[in-house]
Each structure stands twice: as C-alpha cells, then as structure tokens.
Ligand binder design. Sequence first.
Ligand code: DC
Length: 220
Amino acid sequence: MIIAIDGPAASGKSTAAIGVAKCLGITYLDTGAMYRAVTFGLIDNNIGFRDSLNIEKFLEKIEIKFSESPSGLLLALNGRDITKEIRSKIVTDNVSEVSALKSVRKSMVLIQRKMGEADDCVLEGRDIGTVVFPNAEFKFFLIADEKARAERRLKDLKNIGEQSSIENVMIDLINRDHKDSTRMHSPLKKSDDAIIIDTSDLEINEVIDKIVNIVNYKGH
Ligand code: DC
C-alpha cells in the first residue's frame, strides 16, 4: 500500500506523514530530505549545479540511508550523518534549484520507487501522487495559509539554532513554492484524485486522524 502526501513547503506534510506511518505501523519516506541530501552533497563536494558531468558521477555513487533514533529519523549521505545539515539555510536556499534538475529527479525517483515497492509506505513530497506513484491507493494534498506555514518553519529553524524573522521565512516559503510549482520537470501539483486537507487551523493529531480514518474506512 502506498499513501502519497504532497503539498507546499511547511504545510505539515512531514509531521502528518510520520504520525500516519506510526499509527498504521508502516514505513515513512521523507523525499524532500533526499533532495536536501543531494543539495548538501553537491555543495560539500564543490560541484556546481550546472556541472552535469560531475553531478551524474555524484549521483551514480550516491547512498542515502534513513535510520530511526530516539530523537527522530536520521539521514546519512554516503555514510555520513547529515540530519542537521540538510535543514540549514544554505541547503534550504538551494534545494529548489537542485531538485529542478532532471538527472537529480530521475535518480531520486528510482530510489523512492524501490523503497516504496519494498514495503507499505507513506511517502511525502511534491510529486508523489503525480509522478512517483501515480497509482498510489491513497493520495492527500496538504495546504495551509502562509502565516501558519511561516510560523511552523520559524519554529523548525529555532530548533536547529538558526535565527530568522516571520517576514523573511514567509518570503522564502513563497519563493520556494513558486520555483517548485513552475519548474519544468515534475512540478509541485495536486493530483486530480488527491484529497485536499487544509491544516491551517488543525492540530497535528487532527490531521493524522483524518488521514488514518480515510485509509481505515476504505480498507487496506
Ligand atoms: O519538503 P521539503 O521542504 O524538505 O523539500 C525540499 C525541497 O525538495 C522542495 O523545495 C522541493 C523539493 N522536493 C521535490 O522537488 N520533490 C519531492 N518529492 C520532495 C521535495
């Protein structure tokens, strides 16, 4: 069973997807973290975003591993833990450009399909219901107003010790959504058959319950 949860930045996808996976006892895959890992890897290896040859070489050898820990999900890139680094400002500022690259998308989608096909899985991202798993049994599209999204993102940034203001966070979110929705390859888009959930005024448990109830009602 595949549950696809797509939506714009800070719409509550990650927290909802983690909760749903836990509730149903199935695997969770944060595909945004994978694009962040590639972005971090390219910057760390001084590979320019237009250097297609070296990007291809980097992608050929890439190993992305998720593992669970008491403090949450850990992500390792080629054996190095980069859980914190992928949430940094430099990665966030560049991830839209990197995730727009066709070679990067091709490589990530292959890995995501492999992971999703191995197990019942909740995948969250931007193109899960449209491109990665267009035949997913369950598709959700989470939205939230800009203020709610900016407040959530500011909280995330504070948790990793980065300073910003609500205004700056809001501008960054709007810019990133614009880039993610207007890119040529697999843009952020609601699948026609996805159920929209507006999370602006919902507690996280209410979002999780809504999704789990729909999944249980339809049976799985
Ligand atoms: O969900 P997030 O903010 O961690 O995602 C980071 C970026 O990765 C986002 O700006 C767009 C890209 N992304 C994507 O292109 N496709 C996905 N399935 C998931 C994320």
